[in-house]
Design a protein around this ligand. Structure first.
Ligand SMILES: Nc1ncnc2c1ncn2[C@@H]1O[C@H](COP(=O)(O)OP(=O)(O)OP(=O)(O)O)[C@@H](O)[C@H]1O
Length: 114
């Protein structure tokens, strides 16, 4: 299944947590579709790829997706920290109180023509 001549996961610039996860799964090498797709997806390219069932397509798109999410979270947290605030990703805020449906609309109480 894995391509013995493939560039290893460790050469793809993956987040250490993803590399660890791949190692924990016992995946020593990427499959062909992973080797071809992951670097392009990490560059932000849009891909349409086809490979046999069971060839590892799920990880071919899930690994770059997780990497982009991890980096987005890290850069948002950095930006927030530089502004002296808290990490907006880990912050849990209750939803804002619902506005009255007609508030501010012409014809609503206080907002329309009289
Ligand atoms: N690099 C890898 N090394 C070893 N095993 C892998 C590797 N990548 C995926 N696998 C394993 O291969 C199996 C098939 O992978 P997966 O289901 O992702 O393939 P798929 O191409 O998405 O299949 P399908 O077409 O059925 O959706 C899974 O058990 C998965 O854990």
């Amino acid at each position: 299944m894995a391509d013995p001549d493939s560039l290893g996961f460790e050469h793809m610039g993956l987040d250490p947590r993803l590399l660890q996860a791949v190692t924990d799964l016992g995946w020593s090498r990427p499959t062909l579709i992973q080797e071809k797709a992951i670097p392009l997806a990490l560059e932000g390219k849009d891909l349409l790829a086809r490979a046999r069932t069971g060839s590892g397509k799920t990880a071919a798109y899930a690994i770059p997706m997780l990497q982009l999410l991890l980096h987005r979270k890290a850069s948002r947290a950095d930006g927030e920290a530089r502004r002296g605030g808290r990490d907006p990703v880990s912050r849990v805020e209750p939803p804002a109180a619902a506005e009255p449906a007609a508030a501010g609309l012409p014809g609503a109480a206080g907002g329309g023509r009289s």
